[in-house]
Design a protein around this ligand. Structure first.
Ligand code: NIG
Length: 402
């Protein structure tokens, strides 16, 4: 079955050959992109969809979320808006509610959040464990996550549970807990921050998870300057997320990590700096220095960080709008960071058409057909019309999802 989507006013391909095609068309065949180019030269297909002069982008790639949770923290949010500051301790509140929820309830809640994201144009999603914080509940979270999202990250090292010795808990994270989650996860993460895990503890977690064959990510430099960014680069982590308080040396390390990277030949990859602007606003932290990072040559991703404590939104459009209006990214840069940047952060920017492991986050022949049609003639409207829901249609892996 093939579908020709034609009469596209602006097609943003993203990826390496980032192009903006005017009066374009795309052909979707099964789960892959089969053709793209000028509408006038489009091939025939089984079905034709008229995009009506709208813009088409790759679906959003949300590379940082925490969707496996129960409970509500709106009172904490309210207190923060009244002047309290955010601290990692709130994670314990969600952990209590999550442990008390049934598998059915946790799955239902997570599926609802995924559906909400897809309805807003997100077509590829990562999510983390991290509200279980014991062997049984971390494994349960990982299992449920693996049934509802594309990529799962083990975040047993989110917070040391109250009353537990931090070193002993780190041993658990690196030992029995890691073995229990291993069948369900591809990534591991650690919250390397004051009030969460120290540099030494983070190092132990990263070493153990690397040894277990997991790709690495780090929550770093969210609440103050710290070792997170340097640790992420040292370990060759795919991404370091938050990056609000970075030094000149941190910026240099992130940019330098990509030196010599040749996407064509799959050379050594660097560490993506993942900015989470909705979280920065919701915690009243300074926005991450996305402009500075890009200007220095770092690779940037934008993600929602959807979670009940610091960022209860799955709106990638909101993140893009904020990145343009407040972080001084151009619309192209922000859309790239929210699509191709997220794919880079998840190691899914490339794929192999032949074996069906398809690239996401960009529109090219052989890539996964993840398309986001805006109810606007250009992507500029994402920032020009802030707050207006602009998602018109979504294809996820070739299937019409909205
Ligand atoms: O990415 N920073 C650590 N983890 C989450 C917040 C978790 C929470 O407060 O529930 C984040 O912001």
């Amino acid at each position: 079955m093939s579908t020709l989507i034609t009469n596209i006013a602006e097609l943003m391909t993203q990826g390496l050959d980032h192009r903006v095609l005017k009066n374009a068309a795309v052909v979707v065949e099964g789960e892959r992109i089969a053709w793209l180019g000028a509408a006038a030269g489009a091939p025939a297909a089984d079905e034709v969809v008229d995009a009506g002069g709208r813009a088409v982008l790759p679906g959003w790639v949300d590379s940082h979320t925490h969707l496996i949770f129960a409970g509500d923290r709106s009172a904490e949010f309210e207190a923060r808006m009244a002047g309290e500051s955010y601290s990692a301790g709130g994670i314990a509140v969600t952990t209590g509610a999550t442990r008390n929820a049934s598998d059915f309830e946790l799955t239902r809640l997570a599926m609802g959040r995924v559906a909400e994201a897809v309805a807003q144009g997100t077509t590829y999603l990562e999510t983390k464990t991290g509200y279980g914080l014991d062997v049984e509940n971390e494994a349960r979270s990982a299992r449920i996550a693996s049934s509802v999202v594309d990529e799962v990250t083990y975040l047993g090292a989110h917070l040391v549970p109250a009353g537990r010795d931090a070193e002993e808990y780190t041993d658990l994270v690196c030992g029995p807990m890691l073995s229990a989650v291993r069948p369900y996860v591809r990534w591991a993460d650690v919250f390397c921050e004051r009030g969460a895990f120290t540099e030494d503890q983070s190092r132990r977690v990263l070493q153990a998870c690397r040894q277990a064959g997991l790709g690495l990510r780090v929550h770093g430099n969210q609440l103050g300057e710290g070792p997170g960014v340097q640790l992420a680069v040292e370990f060759g982590a795919a991404s370091v997320d938050h990056v609000n308080y970075v030094s000149g040396a941190d910026v240099e390390a992130l940019a330098g990590s990509w030196a010599g990277w040749d996407p064509g030949s799959g050379g050594k990859r660097g560490t993506v700096a993942t900015c989470l602007p909705a979280c920065d606003l919701s915690t009243r932290q300074p926005l991450a220095p996305g402009r500075e990072l890009l200007d220095a040559g770092a690779q940037l991703a934008l993600a929602s960080n959807c979670n009940p404590g610091t960022s209860y939104t799955s709106s990638m459009a909101f993140c893009v709008t904020t990145a343009v209006l407040q972080m001084r990214l151009s619309v192209h840069e922000a859309v790239r960071a929210a699509t191709y940047g997220g794919a880079l952060a998840l190691g899914r920017d490339t794929g192999n058409d032949a074996d069906g492991e398809r690239a996401v986050g960009s529109i090219a022949v052989g890539h996964r057909a993840d398309l986001h049609v805006l109810n606007a003639p250009s992507a500029t409207h994402l920032a020009y019309r802030p707050g207006i829901p602009l998602t018109h249609a979504v294809w996820r892996a070739g299937v019409r999802a909205r």
